[in-house]
Structures are given as structure tokens and as C-alpha cells.
Design a protein around this ligand. Sequence first.
Ligand code: TXA
Ligand code: MG
Length: 319
Amino acid sequence: MEQKTARLGTDSAGIAAAAKVLAAGGLVAFPTETVYGLGADARNDAAVAAIYAAKGRPSFNPLIVHVASQQAAEHYAEFSDTARQLAAAFWPGPLSLVLPVAGGAGLSDRVTAGLDSVALRVPAHPLGHALLKAFDGPVAAPSANISGRVSPTTPQHVLDGLDGRIGAVLMGGACDVGLESTILSVIGDQVSLLRAGGITAESIETLLGRSIGRPADPDMPQSPGQMASHYAPAALIRLNVTEPQAGEVLLGFGDQAQAVLNLSPHEDLAEAASNLFAMLRRIDLIAQEKQARIAVAPIPMHGLGLAINDRLARAAAPR
Ligand code: TXA
Ligand code: MG
């Protein structure tokens, strides 16, 4: 449904207006430290259905529920000791915990897509946090992009895809982590990594004092929404390229004179993560203009490199 998308400021009036849109069952895009989320009241069936409609998202793909504190999260899921340990260490922050739904949680079935688990997250971004506090309820929020496309790290990215399809955008700045949250399933003391993201697997293993394994091949979905093709730019992508061919524009990493854009000339993975989605969008426009393909330099497979490589593999996957 075509509607006027309000651009809301980041002062207290803007936050109050955003909370009001949520309370009325509308959709609000808001910044988190990872990417912009497209929020709706997680208890309101029609509001949650509107998220799927605005994004063109398949309805079997469940949503992450965002809350302001761990205390609030305990209302919606059952926390084991291990889940509490993880929450204490990494919340607020870029970690989502998939936990058994609590009895009487009152969430829309569309949020969990009928599963008996729910993904919960307490974001650290001051604006996202302020919105969650002002709304004072659970906010279901996927990334604020058309389903299957590159995730948004600025309000302009959100508007590029969703202007006229959502109630409002809280116009914060760029997201600094730049990659979505790490998703962990926690059943009792059993922990598995469903999606690599802003909290590294190494830091989780250091906390727990044991190995948690790595997500399976991106071609083998673990979370229902982990489809192989995702984050897809319009141009075709080739990965792990040190020497671009004719007809390719290079997205570099490290010292690469041929790079048209560089994720991090000094090989800093946090910088590369923060630049990834915005640079994918920019190089896609350059590639389309030149009728070229995108080539991406090799990214090391440790720390945030795990999540960066995961997103790149999906961006390059057959569509
Ligand atoms: O950083 C983020 O996580 C961002 C910001 C907005 O918080 N959100 C985000 O949401 O990336 P989305 O919808 O793009 O990705 C959520 C992922 C999907 O792959 C979905 O399948 C998975 O979480 N998920 C949600 N609930 C789940 C559940 N109960 N069990 C397994 N996977 C679940
Ligand atoms: Mg997404």
C-alpha cells in the first residue's frame, strides 16, 4: 500500500513520534549498531504481516524480536544459565539468541513463523535503544531492505528500497558495525552458531571456554531464512579475486592499486565490515554503468571475516 513515509528527527520528539507509529500498528525503520531494522509491534499480527508485505519477505522466515533490556527479554523466552551468561556478556550488542518461547509470551505467530523458538536481541545503538524504551514493548525487526537485497546501513539506503511502503524512518547516521547480529541457538547449555555476525565466534568461545563450531555451508540453510542468494546486487560477483579481469571492477581489501573501492586498505576487518554493504551498493552502480561485473578481493576467514565472507558468498550465489 502506497503511503507517505515520515522522515523523523533523532531528538526526543522524533523518538516519541516513532514510538507512536509503532503503537498504532505502523512500520518504523530505525538504526541499530548493525543495520537499520524495519520495526513493528511484535504482538500485533497485522503490523507484523505488514513487515512481510513491505519487504516482499517469504512468510516462513521468522523475525528477531528487539527489546530494551535482558529483563524485558525474559518475558518472551526461557533463558538457561548459558543463555544468561551470553546475554550478560554481549547485550546490549550485535548478538541474537534463539531460545524456547516462554509460555504466555503473547507474540504474534508470524514473528516466530510457527516455531517454538524465538530470536531475541537487545541492540546497543542509542537511538534504537531510546525507541525501544519509549515504545516499551517487543519490536519485531528484520533488516529494512527489500527481501534478498543488500542490507541498509544508512537512512538513505532504507528510503532507496522502502520509501512509500512504510510509516516512518528514524533518520540516524550510518551504522558502525555494518553487519547483522550473530545468531546463536541456545538449548540448555548447547550453543550453535546459526549466522556469523557482529560478535565474533572467537569471542563467544573465549567466554564459554569451548568450541561452538561454525555455521554449515551457506548453501545449506540452518535458520529458515538463510537462503543461499541474499544481499544480491544487480551486477554479477566473483569472489577471492587478486587479479581482476577485463570487464570487472574490483572491491579491494588491503593494498590493491587496481581497486575501484577498498573495504579496508589497512586490512582492518572491523572497518571492512562497516564499509561492506554501502560499498556493495556503490560498486554495483559503478558496475552497472560500465556494464561490468564486480570482483571482490580475498577476505581472511577469522574474526569478523567469517561474517563478511558469509555475506559475500550469499551476494555471489546463483539467483
Ligand atoms: O542485526 C540484525 O540482526 C538485524 C537488526 C535489524 O537487528 N536484523 C536482521 O534480521 O538481520 P533479518 O530478518 O534480516 O534476519 C533474521 C534471521 C533470519 O535468517 C531468520 O531466519 C533468523 O534470524 N531467525 C529468526 N528467528 C529464528 C528462530 N526462531 N530460529 C532460527 N532462526 C531464526
Ligand atoms: Mg536481512
